[in-house]
Design a protein around this ligand. Structure first.
Ligand SMILES: Nc1ncnc2c1ncn2[C@@H]1O[C@H](COP(=O)(O)OP(=O)(O)O)[C@@H](O)[C@H]1O
Ligand SMILES: [Mg+2]
Length: 354
């Protein structure tokens, strides 16, 4: 555990479609870092990254936290600094440990982890390699597949293959042969189900590909399975990762889309998931393997599909900065294991400085 009154810089917001979720996660994290015993352990510096990638100091960060969603340009002080990273806001040179609470591109993908690495400051969560590999669904699947982890059949596509008629026809044939219908079409580098569609036929496949191509050059198409959705969390340093219980998400929708994820009462978390002990063990073992393959540490949530009828288990994805709102699966899985939010964030800061 770092010395008392450790300066922790909590960075949130970000140039990502998951900006608003990040603000909610940061609200939970900051509250927990200031609660109970943590009040004497940590001094918190909230830092806000706006939708255009500009970094803002505590005052503005507090405004964003208070508002609960993205600050617009007209709410920011003028003249606006140039877009992107232009050095740290005033007053942040004291930060001893960085705590990124960012989801999606420009935060969960290794970019900010690279900045922290260059600064030579410890930070919460995975490093550059695990973050980048975990963010890009094609890189992630390639890594899992090389290690022999079970995954549903998938096929890669590139946005440029959709622009020329001949290439498009070839691609569609390949996808129909290798994946078939129904299938899911996903931009490789997003989260929160943004840009994902399900296709039952060629017309929907083309629509889905066009939709995904608007958001990413890299696209993944995968076979749709009818299965339960299980999630398992990890916590700890690279040599001491521990798994939580296995949780399950159930929802009133065909699949777990953005609306269902973030509207209240449309999904339900079961902790622990009602599963035979053998399946739970397999999930936990695959979770650790997945983390090891991409070198994830600190925190991560690994998601699975489980088909009860055939006892088939497939790994779906790893999230190296999972949602951290008070209703998110990651903190709930640890709460069920007796780890309070306060203990959880304190442990995460401790693993950063290991
Ligand atoms: N191959 C699949 N079969 C069945 N459902 C799927 C499949 N792929 C994705 N889904 C559904 O879409 C949701 C989001 O997909 P996911 O790959 O987890 O993207 P994200 O990174 O945006 O969470 C999943 O939770 C699941 O409900
Ligand atoms: Mg997911």
């Amino acid at each position: 555990m770092p010395s008392s009154n450790t300066f922790v810089g909590v960075v949130f917001g970000g140039a990502s479609r998951e900006h608003n979720v990040s603000i909610q996660s940061a609200t939970t994290v900051i509250k927990a870092l200031r609660n109970g015993d943590n009040a004497n352990r940590f001094k918190i510096k909230p830092i806000y990254i706006d939708l255009d990638g500009r970094w803002w100091p505590e005052e503005i960060a507090n405004q964003a936290l208070k508002k609960g969603y993205a600050l617009q340009e007209k709410e920011l002080p003028t003249p606006l600094p140039p877009h992107g990273f232009n050095g740290l806001p005033n007053g942040t040179n004291k930060v001893e440990v960085w705590y990124p609470v960012l989801h999606g591109p420009n935060g969960e993908d290794g970019t900010i982890q690279g900045v922290f690495t260059l600064m030579r400051k410890p930070f919460v969560g995975s490093g550059v390699l695990a973050s980048a590999t975990g963010m890009d669904k094609l890189a992630m699947k390639a890594a899992f597949s090389a290690a022999g982890l079970p995954q549903v059949p998938y096929f890669p596509a590139e946005a440029k293959d959709l622009t020329r008629e001949g290439d498009k026809e070839k691609l569609l044939k390949k996808l129909e042969l290798n994946v078939g219908y129904p299938c899911f079409v996903k931009p490789a580098n997003l989260g929160s189900s943004v840009g994902i569609t399900k296709a039952l036929n060629r017309k929907q496949l083309i629509e889905g590909l066009m939709e995904a191509a608007k958001l990413d050059r890299r696209i993944v198409i995968e076979k749709a399975v009818i299965a339960r959705e299980l999630e398992c969390a990890v916590l700890g340093g690279s040599d001491s990762l521990k798994t939580s219980a296995v949780g399950e998400i159930r929802f009133d929708a065909d699949w777990y889309d953005y609306e269902t994820k973030y509207s209240q009462n449309s999904s339900q978390a079961l902790i622990p998931a009602p599963l035979p002990a053998k399946v739970k063990d397999r999930v936990q073992q695959l979770t650790l393997q997945a983390c090891e393959i991409i070198t994830a540490k600190g925190l991560a949530r690994v998601d699975f599909f489980y088909k009860e009828e055939t006892d088939e288990l497939w790994i779906n994805e790893i999230n190296t900065l999972p949602g951290f709102t008070s209703k998110s699966m990651y903190p709930m899985l640890w709460e069920a294991a007796g780890v309070t939010l306060e203990q959880l964030v304190a442990t995460l800061v401790a693993t950063a400085t290991e």
